[in-house]
Every structure is written in structure tokens, then in C-alpha cells.
Design a protein around this ligand. Structure first.
Ligand code: AQP
Length: 326
């Protein structure tokens, strides 16, 4: 069976971009592949954080994964910091990566722009992400469009390491969804919807109540020409809504576009569909978080299973690079 691995940063409240661009696909994958999913809490430390918030967000993010439908009896779900092999392998890969290739990472450029102090972790984070993936002999990595470049790096590092030290890693492939691979901010459709950027009207959080969803969609920025047409370059706001609608209703972009000749009814039906799809997820989240011990227990079980795989891969990599056995 193929191995699927993916992760989500505990950098804030997950939104509909995370759900339609990633989580919903993971839920399907768990039944067709040997699946491993991770709350990448170490990645969330690349920007300055408050320790109490770090713990809370790790649990919150994991709770959303279970609420979305990941079943701990079917797949492995764990917190990255519970499996120390991730940082162990990351160092071996940092010594394989070059400064030049990390400097080219667009997410680093975007996230560091305008900041006086940028952590070294923000710079090397794509290498830790490569370690996350390579530790599990991953074949497929379902990710949103924004992670393509990091996936390319993980592939390059695996190939380079294998070439230098002998076959050690499986070379992974990215799987990017055809719809909702990059859900845009509803108020600023030129930038992607993001957990860590504050945009209250531009972001639909998974915890949003139906009224808030309806209001945010109603107020979403479109354009003045009034024609219902999918054209991301000239009509980014409307095209984002059409694509979100197609993803949420599992219809094609053509089908959605052909069904409307005015923006108002399209927005109203999109809001209704989002409420319908997200309501059960939000209800499960409330149920799961009612017992504060439940998610830590599930994560502990997940970490034990993840460790059993990761420790073998790290040992293989340590031997290959020539480290003395402890
Ligand atoms: N706007 C998006 N549309 C579609 N997919 C998205 N993803 C993220 N944003 C969108 C996908 O969700 C998965 C988990 O994302 P992540 O936690 O690794 O964080 P990210 O890619 O850096 O995105 P965020 O949510 O915007 O977080 P911050 O603000 O912390 O950077 C990934 O598969 C991602 O592609």
C-alpha cells in the first residue's frame, strides 16, 4: 500500500482553505492509503509565540483533524514534537541542503518581508518539513498549492542524499487538489486565506457560526461588471467564490458558473452549501473538545505508532551518512 503523509501547522485557527485544500482529502486518503498525519507544532515556533498559546493551538489543530473525520484507528495522527526523530533527521538534511536553495523559497521571502528580526528556524523550516516527509517513506504528499516548492525541495534532498550516501529515502510526490488548492482571502483575493494573517472578514474559520459564514460570503469582494464568469486574473474575487463553491458542492467550475447569472444568488447558495458541509465538522469539534483528556490521549497513541516507523528511517540515514552507532 502507498504511504501518504501530510501536516498542518498549529499557527492559528484552521480555515476553509485548510479544510477544502487539505483536510477533506486526507480524510479520503486514510481509507485508500497507509496514512500518517501530523500537527507540525515545531514549525509553529518559527515566529515568536506565547508558550500557553503554543500548547492550546496544538490541541486545537489536532481536534480539528479528528473533527474533520480522521479516524485514529484507521490512520496515524500525532504531534511532530512528540517524535524526536523529526529534529534528528532535520540536521542531517540541513547538512545536505544549500543556503542558496533555501534562500529561493518564496514562503520564506513572504513571511520574512518587512520583519526586522527573522528566526533561523523560519529559514530552515522547509528542511524540517522535508524530514517530516522522508521519515515515513512517503510516496504521496497531499498539499495545497502553496507547498509545491517545499515539496520540490524534499524531493531534491532525498535524491541528493541517496546519490551521495546510497539508497536511503523514498522520493515523495506532491498531490495538489484540482479545486481549492489556493483559497484566497475574501476581502483581499490577491492573497491566500491564511491562519496567521488577521483578516476577520476575509477568512472563514472552521469554528465560524452559520450567521458569520453568511455575512462573510455576502460581504466578499467581487467586481462591478456583473457577469458570472470564472476568470482568476481579471475577476479574482468572484473566481475564488466560484472555485470554493465547486469544491464544497463537489461540482465542476463550469457547472457552477452555468447555474447563475447574478452574483447575489450565487453568494447565497455558496453560503448555504458551506454551512451544510461545515456544520457537522463544527459539531464534532465541540463534542471532541468537551473531554479535555481525549485529544492528548489520541495524540500519545499516534506518536507511539509514528515513532516506530520514524526511528527505523533515522537509523538508516545515520548509518548511511557514517555516524557511529550509539
Ligand atoms: N488558502 C489555502 N487554500 C488551500 N489550501 C491551503 N492550505 C493552507 N492554506 C490554504 C493547505 O493546508 C495545509 C495545512 O497548511 P499549513 O498549516 O501547513 O500552513 P500554510 O500552508 O502555511 O497555510 P496557512 O493556513 O496560511 O498557515 P500560516 O498562516 O501559518 O502560513 C497545507 O496542505 C496547505 O497547503
Amino acid at each position: 500500500m502507498e504511504r501518504v503523509f501530510s501536516g498542518v501547522q498549529s499557527s492559528g485557527a484552521p480555515h476553509v482553505g485548510n479544510y477544502f485544500g487539505a483536510f477533506r482529502q486526507w480524510v479520503a486518503d486514510q481509507h485508500t492509503a497507509d496514512s500518517v498525519f501530523c500537527v507540525v507544532d515545531l514549525h509553529a515556533l518559527t515566529v515568536e509565540t506565547d508558550p500557553a498559546q503554543v500548547r492550546g493551538r496544538t490541541l486545537e489543530t489536532a481536534s480539528w483533524l479528528f473533527a474533520s473525520g480522521l479516524d485514529p484507528d484507521v490512520c496515524i495522527v500525532f504531534a511532530q514534537s512528540h517524535v524526536h526523530e523529526h529534529t534528528g533527521l532535520s540536521w542531517l538534511l540541513e547538512c545536505t541542503a544549500t543556503f542558496g536553495e533555501l534562500r529561493r523559497m518564496t514562503q520564506f521571502k513572504e513571511k520574512s518581508k518587512g520583519n526586522e528580526s527573522v528566526s533561523a528556524g523560519l529559514f530552515t523550516y522547509p528542511v524540517l518539513m522535508a524530514a517530516d516527509i522522508l521519515l515515513y517513506d512517503t510516496n504521496k504528499v497531499p498539499v495545497g498549492d502553496d507547498q509545491r516548492q517545499h515539496l520540490e525541495l524534499a524531493r531534491d534532498l532525498a535524491i541528493r542524499f541517496n546519490g551521495r550516501y546510497g539508497e536511503t529515502f523514498v522520493v515523495p510526490e506532491a498531490v495538489v487538489p484540482t479545486l481549492a488548492a489556493r483559497v484566497m482571502d475574501l476581502q483581499h483575493p490577491e492573497r491566500k486565506m491564511s491562519k496567521s494573517v488577521t483578516s476577520p472578514l476575509g477568512t472563514i474559520d472552521l469554528l465560524d457560526e452559520p450567521d458569520a459564514i453568511v455575512q462573510k460570503i455576502r460581504k466578499a469582494v467581487t467586481d462591478t461588471d456583473g457577469e458570472v464568469r470564472y476568470d482568476p486574473e481579471h475577476k479574482p474575487g468572484l473566481s475564488n467564490l466560484i472555485e470554493l463553491f465547486a469544491a464544497a458542492s463537489r461540482r465542476s467550475i463550469e457547472d457552477v458558473t452555468a447555474s447563475y447569472d447574478r452574483y447575489g444568488p450565487l453568494k447565497a447558495d455558496l453560503a448555504e452549501t458551506l454551512v451544510e458541509v461545515l456544520n457537522p465538522v463544527r459539531k464534532r469539534y465541540v463534542e471532541i473538545t468537551a473531554d479535555p483528556g481525549e485529544v492528548p490521549r489520541l495524540l500519545e497513541k499516534g506518536a507511539a505508532k509514528a515513532s516506530a516507523i520514524a526511528s527505523k528511517t533515522l537509523l538508516r540515514a545515520r548509518r548511511a551518512i557514517g555516524l557511529l552507532a550509539p
